[in-house]
Design a protein around this ligand. Structure first.
Ligand SMILES: [Zn+2]
Length: 284
């Protein structure tokens, strides 16, 4: 759930390159013949994706859709690695997945799935950096049953970029410290974006994934919590606040780590000894 900058790519040249390669090496002339149609689609990609209800798959003739879908294999496996590399390395902010803001982005997602939208299978605005976990969860989905988009488009949809987070964590103290993540519709998030943001949060299983990482992180910080707490006063709060500032600068305010640090820094119960429910300090 972070914006990303689309790769600077000559899409017409890329398509021509792949189509010519397929004709020369495999005798397939269909991709070349489809060039005018595909170029028309390229020109309207952004407006079609962002239209209310999102795009519908184009009705191509027999074999045409499959031929265009097949281009994606050249992007992935054959000789077309530059665009793929640009999408992964240059387009994403800070190298993280544009969908979860959690893991490194090592793969390329087709925002509009190549199985349904073959015409965009090598179009740079449709290629988004993604982590392997999100890729497995997203699969070939793009709309929910209600017809709403399931995922924000990292190149077109914009979320508020200020310091007020729209991801929030809440702590409860039972046998251990339990942390749960939710979304908050802060000013700047319109109702349309809000619906998609919530769809994406659920479709990718982000609450549980964030809880898992945050719980592990709190465990790893447990010994430090004991040390700073033993010094009395606000020492523990100050320590967490410093960590919060550092991580917020590094990852942005909506990454699970600064969101977790904000929640524990603001929890009087946690900072006045509730952290001990994470377990005793590690014996030296
Ligand atoms: Zn991801």
């Amino acid at each position: 759930m972070i914006g990303a900058t689309k790769p600077n790519s000559d899409d017409a040249a890329n398509y021509a390159h792949v189509a010519a390669h397929r004709k020369k090496n495999y005798g397939e002339s269909l991709p070349v013949r489809l060039t005018p149609q595909v170029m028309i689609h390229y020109g309207s990609y952004g407006s079609r994706v962002m239209a209310a209800g999102g795009p519908q798959p184009h009705k191509f003739g027999a074999g045409e859709h499959d031929a265009l879908k097949e281009n994606a294999n050249f992007l992935t496996h054959v000789q077309f690695s530059d665009l793929r590399r640009d999408v992964i390395s240059a387009a994403v902010q800070k190298g993280r997945c544009a969908y979860c803001n959690q893991h490194d982005a090592g793969q390329v997602d087709h925002y509009l799935p190549k199985s349904k939208f073959g015409e965009y299978s090598i179009y740079s605005e449709n290629l988004v950096p993604i982590c392997s976990i999100c890729n497995l969860k997203k699969l070939n989905r793009y709309k929910c049953e209600k017809g709403e988009r399931l995922f924000l488009h990292p190149y077109f949809d914009r979320l508020p970029s200020g310091s007020v987070p729209f991801v929030k964590a809440t702590l409860t103290f039972a046998k251990s410290v339990i942390i749960k993540f939710e979304l908050v519709q802060i000013p700047g998030i319109g109702n349309d974006i809000w619906k998609i943001l919530r769809n994406q949060f659920e479709a990718l299983g982000l609450p549980a994934r964030y809880t898992l990482d945050a719980t592990r992180e709190m465990q790893s910080m447990k010994d430090a919590f004991y040390v700073y707490y033993s010094r009395g006063g606000d020492t523990l709060v100050d320590y967490i606040q410093v960590q919060l500032g550092t991580k917020s600068n590094a990852f942005g305010p909506n990454h699970w780590l600064p969101v977790m640090l904000k929640a524990i820094a603001e929890s009087k119960e946690f900072c006045s000894g509730g952290f001990k429910k994470l377990g005793p300090p590690t014996p030296i």
